[in-house]
Design a protein around this ligand. Structure first.
Ligand code: C2E
Ligand code: CA
Ligand code: CA
Ligand code: CA
Length: 274
């Protein structure tokens, strides 16, 4: 389809029409999705490869569209960000994930952490810190078990407000991770000044692990260790990748090799039974 031919223009315009049609369709439906309880969280285990234990879970949003079935986040999160709907949706995600974690703690799995993704748009709200603090208090969850993931984009767009909020969150005891680490365009110098606890190596480096990616992965792990940050790798799909990471002293991992994101019930039957 990338070939330049007489038909390519028609091909592209047809595709774009479909996309904007989908956007309009989804935009209207997305407004109702939250009220209609069509949003659900899936959870992907995070493993300590040394102990082979599940140490935490990442909450990943799914939309049970009434007619289209399960819609993945790549299809609606950009739209939710454009429209600002990501703010109420993100608040729902936070609360739902915290409540779920609380239930699992009460079932005897009190060591588990929960990682939640936050959108840049949420950091633009001046009440983000108080919302998070209040949610933790309501659910009676200690801040230490909440991990917040943000991408390098957050930091590039970093306003004083973002930085201020990150500082407050970290001071409260929440763990802050930089997601998709290595894919952004920000310089490394910013790292030492940021209130963060963890780097999450982007899955692109793990997946096509050629010589170059392996070198980058090693460098990120060393960087994390030198800066006294935790490091976790995402997108681990094979034992070979896991063994490589382990040999480089990256013990925390997440990926299809261990488990896909699962609904809460599946997590319980697979991982949380005695
Ligand atoms: P992310 O935060 O980088 O999440 C990791 C993505 O990689 C997830 O896609 C996960 O299902 C997928 N993944 C996990 N293990 C593997 C693997 O071994 N191989 C491969 N190929 N993929 C793997 P998902 O669930 O489709 O989410 C896509 C993105 O949507 C997330 O990327 C995140 O940026 C965003 N997202 C998801 N949930 C939320 C949310 O609640 N709030 C916000 N703001 N964004 C979210
Ligand atoms: Ca993430
Ligand atoms: Ca990621
Ligand atoms: Ca991503």
């Amino acid at each position: 389809a990338k070939e330049i031919s007489g038909n390519s223009y028609h091909f592209f315009s047809a595709e774009m029409d479909t996309r904007s049609f989908e956007n309009v369709k989804y935009e209207n439906a997305l407004y109702k999705a939250l009220d209609n309880e069509e949003l659900v969280l899936y959870y992907q285990p995070q493993i300590n490869y040394h102990t082979k234990q599940v140490v935490g879970l990442e909450a990943l949003l799914r939309w049970h569209h009434p007619t289209d079935g399960l819609v993945p986040p790549d299809k609606f999160i950009p739209l939710a960000e454009e429209t600002g709907l990501i703010v109420p949706i993100g608040e729902w995600v936070l609360k739902e994930a915290c409540q779920q974690l609380k239930k699992w703690h009460e079932k005897g799995y009190a060591h588990l952490n929960m990682a939640v993704n936050l959108s840049v748009r949420q950091y633009e709200q001046d009440n983000l810190f108080s919302i998070i603090k209040q949610t933790l208090e309501e659910v009676q969850l200690s801040p230490q078990c909440l991990h917040l993931e943000l991408t390098e984009n957050h930091i590039i767009k970093n306003t004083d407000l973002t930085l201020q909020t990150m500082k407050q969150l970290k001071e409260l005891g929440i763990q802050i991770a930089i997601d998709d680490f290595g894919t952004g365009y920000s310089s490394l110098g910013y790292l030492k000044n940021l209130p963060i606890n963890m780097l999450k190596i982007d899955k692109s480096f793990i997946q096509d692990m050629t010589v170059d990616e392996a070198a980058i992965t090693k460098t990120i792990i060393m960087l994390a260790h030198n800066l006294k940050l935790d490091v976790i790798a995402e997108g681990v799909e094979t034992q070979e990748q896991a063994e490589f990471l382990y040999a480089q002293s990256c013990h925390l991992m997440q990926g299809y090799y261990f488990s896909k994101p699962l609904c809460a019930e599946e997590i319980e039957t697979k991982y949380l039974h005695k």
